[in-house]
Design a protein around this ligand. Sequence first.
Ligand SMILES: *[C@@H]1O[C@H](CO)[C@@H](O)[C@H](O)[C@H]1NC(C)=O
Ligand SMILES: *[C@@H]1O[C@H](CO)[C@@H](O)[C@H](O)[C@H]1NC(C)=O
Ligand SMILES: *[C@@H]1O[C@H](CO)[C@@H](O)[C@H](O)[C@H]1NC(C)=O
Length: 379
Amino acid sequence: MTDFRLLALRHPYILYTISFVIIILTRYIVQMLWSSRKNKFPVAGLTAIVTGGSQGLGLSLATQLAAKGANVVIVAQDTVKLRKAQAEIEAAGVKPSDMEQKQRFLNLSYDLRNPESAKKIVERVTSWNDGRAPDLLFCCAGNCHPSFFADASLDTHRGQMDTIYWSSMYMAHAILNLWKEPSSSDNDRNNNGTGKKIALPTRHIVFTCSTLAFLPVAGYSPYSPAKAAMRAMADGLNQEVAVYNGSRQGKGPSPDADINVHIVFPMGIISPGFENENRLKPELTRKLEEDDTPQQPDDVAKITLKRLEAGDYIITTSFVGHLMRGAGMGGSLRGGVVDVFWNWLGSIVVLFVVPDFINKCRAWGKQRGVHSTTGGKTD
Ligand SMILES: *[C@@H]1O[C@H](CO)[C@@H](O)[C@H](O)[C@H]1NC(C)=O
Ligand SMILES: *[C@@H]1O[C@H](CO)[C@@H](O)[C@H](O)[C@H]1NC(C)=O
Ligand SMILES: *[C@@H]1O[C@H](CO)[C@@H](O)[C@H](O)[C@H]1NC(C)=O
């Protein structure tokens, strides 16, 4: 004690530093407790578009959004699956007596790889929604074609970029261009001729990425680059929408609502797509990821909505997912000091995991030869 006092007297800046750290930490904790109480992703009465909403994670998200009172539009290609999915989503809706306005549902069949589709979807949903822009966009469309880089045809490589990157990019582009412009009907309705801006609920884009964007694994070479491109798009957009949000605090024309961007990085999800993926997957790839347990789409959707409600930008859905996020965080926006911890822990884990993968690949080649990388279940 005396030693410490002596030290503090001689070096008062130590006291300053300690008090400073305590003040910052207290502020941080108070802020965390305070803000964690507020739902930053209310959906009741809002309209959500979910691409890839006829199965897997998209369907789970659509169903849970319906259960929370959102109007839900699902987009996919297969009309049979779409109808079945919509019936399921409607059944999950809130009881009409509990809603101010009747909840509405729509299913649209479009090929999202076509750049024209996104514009048409956004227009159709807006007119279906009585001229009001949709509030939420979930980009869940996309399949996974596992393969070694050289084994996949050029068409497969391009196809992955089309279904994963371009389908999300077209949708985000169409909706941002709609959201950016003040809509006259919304403006009239909201400022009542006073010229004063009254906020509509925040609008959100949610991208569905993959932990493979953080840490690619051998045998996912047509897939990981498309997800990495999506992640780079989200990181850039997350900065750009700050301009639109900022314009709402200025005097000039501005969007009707704030815009927020999020990106989810699930690992394996058990779904029809996953079964197909496993059929194609090289045996070595299955061996490399044998320790990861795939998650149920309902669980991933539940975690995703919970983290959206907490206001997260980057969302991972499992412990290994958090580690990979930590390792691959790069220049993405941090969610707070906790992310520094994951960054540190993830970096240590990667120190061992990636050399281990490389060793396993080398041993595989030595044992089975150069033609041992093609897919198909052998068991
Ligand atoms: C899905 O959309 C089709 C075509 O618009 C429509 O006929 C059908 O009723 C919708 N499905 C459900 C379950 O509402
Ligand atoms: C909107 O304006 C009209 C007349 O200009 C007024 O009667 C009405 O109360 C206003 N509504 C709101 C919500 O301010
Ligand atoms: C945009 O606005 C929303 C809602 O106010 C806010 O949560 C979000 O952080 C803002 N995003 C940026 C990048 O400014």
